[in-house]
Design a protein around this ligand. Sequence first.
Ligand code: NFS
Ligand code: SF4
Length: 657
Amino acid sequence: MEDKQEVSKKKATDPKDFTTCEATARMITKARKDGVELAFDRAANMKACPIGADSACCKHCAMGPCRLNAKDPYSKVGVCGATIDTIMSRNFARMVAAGGAAHTDHGMSMLDLFREVVNGNIKDYKIKSPTKLEAVAQSIGIETEGREISDIAMDLYEELERTYTQVEGEIPFAQRVPAKTLETWRKLGIVPRGAMREIMELMHRSHMGVDQDYANITKQCSRTALADGWGGSMVATEISDILYGTPSPVAIEVNMGVLKEDQVNIIVHGHEPNLFESVLESVNEPTLVQAAKDAGAKGINLVGMCCSGAEMLVRHGIPHAGNFMSTEAVLVTGAVDAMVVDVQCIKQALVKVAECYETPLITTNPRCKIEGATHIEFHEHDPKACTDELVIKAIGRFKNRKVPIEIPKIVNSGVHGFSHEYINYMLGGTFRASYTPLNDNIINGRIRGVAGVVGCTNPRVKQDWIHVELVKELIKNDVLVVQTGCSQVALAKAGLTTPEAAHLAGPGLKEVCETVGMPPVLGLGSCVDNSRILIACAEMVKTGGLGDSLADLPVAGCAPEYMSEKAICIGQYFVASGVYTVFGVTFPIVEGTKFHKHLFEELEKQGLGKWGFATDPYEIARLMIAHIDKKRKALGIDKARERTLVDMADRRAMDAA
Ligand code: NFS
Ligand code: SF4
């Protein structure tokens, strides 16, 4: 575990050691000149606590806090007698609970909005995709034939509310889980009832003196995490599609060069699309556009960051300025006339950086106020009251711009917006939309397997570098990569989300990409859109030929630069769903302990997936590919790949002759 804090140890002074994002590196240099501190510098100056990094400490009661020795994990216990396995699994449980709560609370906000739209109490939003509404309703057994959209919608609302509030039974989207996987969950007692109940029970069980059996705690971790992946997050994604439209491929632009010196630049950085959709309306309001022009601007330029940015990117092609580790750096350009935030991943330091560049930092959600920021509360019943006002604030800042502006003129383009529905259509064609071609290409070996590369960026490792190197290595080995969250923005900046990037893929994947005209790296959306990956996997099982359960699929997942508790929860629901999931940076567990063995080995034997850990991108790729090959072998399709690749070489030789 020596390589855990590469950056902080070095006290790196060269911004290139902090990031491979050229624009961010330039802004780090500028910030230093301007005397402004960023998270990169704070990470270098704040050595991560090694006991905490190993999760070997407990502060669940006032007899402690207790610190155990990670080097000799069984030499000590806490004052209450808690062993290292209990302490680590309880800490892990609390991360799962917090991460799951974040996604499910977001999903519940979406559902609140949906209910009010269906009731007719909210008029500023409407059901944009009745087709998606019907498809989701049908997927959980709601009758749609010959019925009014509003009636179907009301039934759907009532069903989906159970995702959160149900005290007994199974959450509605459990019906989408392949039968054999569901059977395994039932046997283990981990089918979620309702998210509120699971999170509550997990908090209870990780309290001092309750569940002190790491394997039993892990079960409730799985149940809670599944209530996120197949519950809260999936509801967030599906309702967003119903209200705002299902993504389909769209040409996009990313990086700081999307800011325009001669326009009013507004950045929305957050997670709930409700706010962003309404800001989009406001910036197109003729009176506000005129006001911007009167202030001397060419127009209003709306740009996203982080996850709601990723959603607007895939859904509407709204430009994206950068991922999590660029949110402070983008303010250093001096070009941001307002940064608007809602919930999650919003660094408190943004207040100070924004102040240095006279940018209004505006909080909008009652759940997330930040000392020193301007709060303009957003209400779905009257969304424009907030979003018009913040646009006016931005115009005001533009008019009175005093700080010098320096925008790194870097813009990368790509194609994003590959919903699981679209993957269907893209590979299957209009008349035979299905996952059959994807499965066929996996079975015949052109595509070796599918990898989800997702998650955050983290100043403890070089920004974007691991994401990009890992993905390059995967596609080179014919692994099709699907992406969400901050990771997809890293790859978009690296230019890998264009169809032309197919030349970086191995011969099999390259052939498929060229035939279909798709990039080898598919951007799906925000972190809650990881649920799209679950649905795609379920479709692959249903389509046939790749086993009966999710655990049979030749797939793997990874969050190589993760930082948030949400990422841990996502990791746990992928593992519980049957996917091998590798994390980087640091893993909050001591190696060689029983709990470690449980997560990294034993869960797989129960028919679930398992965790993996590595910090080096090539090592991560090796682990993921080895797992994919293991699954191919178990399915009896390992030989096909050799044949296909030989065929192709033969064919090329023939072409050349
Ligand atoms: Ni996901 Fe989105 Fe980014 Fe990480 Fe944060 S923005 S929900 S948690 S940092 S990927
Ligand atoms: Fe220490 Fe046990 Fe209290 Fe944790 S719960 S702080 S291990 S005494």
